[in-house]
Ligand binder design. Sequence first.
Ligand code: NAD
Ligand code: TYD
Length: 353
Amino acid sequence: MILITGGAGFIGANFVLDWLNVVGEPVVNLDKLTYAGNRDNLASLNNDPRHIFVQGDIGDAALLAELLQTHRPRALLHFAAESHVDRSILGPDAFIRTNIEGTFQLLQAAKAYWSGLPAAEQSAFRFLHVSTDEVYGSLEAHEPPFSETTPYAPNSPYAASKASSDHLVRAYHHTYGLPTLTSNCSNNYGPYQFPEKLIPLMILNALRNKPLPVYGDGLNVRDWLYVGDHCAAIRRVLEAGQPGATYNIGGCNEKTNLDVIHTVCAILDQLRPMADGNHAALIQFIKDRPGHDRRYAIDAAKIERELGWKPRETFETGIRKTVSWYLENSAWVERVLSGDYQNWIQTNYTARP
Ligand code: NAD
Ligand code: TYD
């Protein structure tokens, strides 16, 4: 079996569902269930014996040791993190605790477990660390996309905490020989994404006739990858990646934020036309995010060349699927929008510093 952390979050939950569907090997899923963790994402697995859910913190060394000894996974896939840049600006502490100290505890536990395995299991074991392209910093318009050799230059507390965790993973490979793999992926979108992130926020605000808040001039560029393509890439890295290597994963879909928002609005105009006017009229420019990275872009040539992975979705197909998913899953949406979410909207938008 495999052990994954953060499997109740956006990408982790998509990964668990995809893994059980495609591979079928049992999964132990360790998740703290922070505001971003949601058991509803895994509701379809409630009676599936291949999924063992454990609520707990990756910083809990005793729990990690017990889980590893009890379940004896052949691989550990690490998705758990604090993941939202704006939250890292307003409250970086949790990012240091989970992304840096938590990853350190996980590496310590994995090393202790791995070093006690019989030789064949030891060489087959993998620690796969799921990271982000934000560790590379910001690109000017004319610069080439990030490759695996681009120097790290993280700009937000989130990016700095992920960069730290990447460095720890690298060190555990070089110093102790732990068979690690690191993937650095661009912005994901798709089903089950918490609506603090750009795309689900815009879909859900537009459906409720609320303003669509664009930071700064809206011309910041991100590379967008459909989450299902990210899951397939991670499966491939786990299967065939070189221990100690890092792989950049991206969608070859560079878009400005305004392009993304206009695309979402156009799809909603077709699927849920407004009585009067169109959704793009809800766009509102607001104060920029401090230290806002201008452009991210990924050169995914290495994973394509060495592991034969390529995204299957274009932005146009992926975004249509995504908008439709939010329209078809109103019960999930209603539960996510209730409770603590409103406090975040108040903090980040209504009382924007
Ligand atoms: P998310 O915020 O949706 O989910 C994070 C999950 O981790 C949640 O289920 C949460 O409960 C859990 N978690 C948080 N702290 C924990 C702790 N201390 N112990 C155990 N569980 C904890 O994040 P996501 O968007 O699914 O991202 C998953 C991973 O992918 C992260 O490592 C992130 O840095 C990376 N990543 C995300 C993107 C993106 O666009 N979302 C892109 C590239 C890489
Ligand atoms: P986000 O989804 O937070 O991802 P990241 O900052 O990790 O790339 O934001 C994507 C882009 O959208 C980023 O340039 C910030 C911008 N953005 C807005 O303009 N308005 C918003 O309300 C949010 C959440 C993001």
